[in-house]
Ligand binder design. Sequence first.
Ligand code: ZN
Length: 140
Amino acid sequence: MRLKREDDILFVVIDRGEGFVGCMKEVLHSSVMENVGVIITALGMVKNAQIGYGVYKDNKVEYQKAIFEEPLELLGLSGFIIKDEKLPLHFHVYLGDPNGNVVGGHLFDFEVFTFVEMALLTSSYPLKRVLKDGLFLIDF
Ligand code: ZN
């Protein structure tokens, strides 16, 4: 993974074979990272994607998890990286298959198949997460 900071933008390139969540933990603890990172864009090709649909009931979320082993195009990724212990990484993703179909959901992890290039907007604002109705929400 390579990182380059320019003003408030952090450019990230992740290479073949790297795991996404491991790379985002590196970003989180990197000296060029501020308190908050908001994903502006991310694209590339991934495999072994683990995504989930969150079933929310009685103030709890349980994820129906699915694994997509085949290479899929990373069409989009959204989420926050926050230097907060409760939920530092939270991402949602959508992935495209060769027939133009799209799957998506809460992202647990994926492995990079070709590359992933992404940009994060960073902020020093002391954003935190608080527990509300069983979910960790950003709070300001
Ligand atoms: Zn989620």
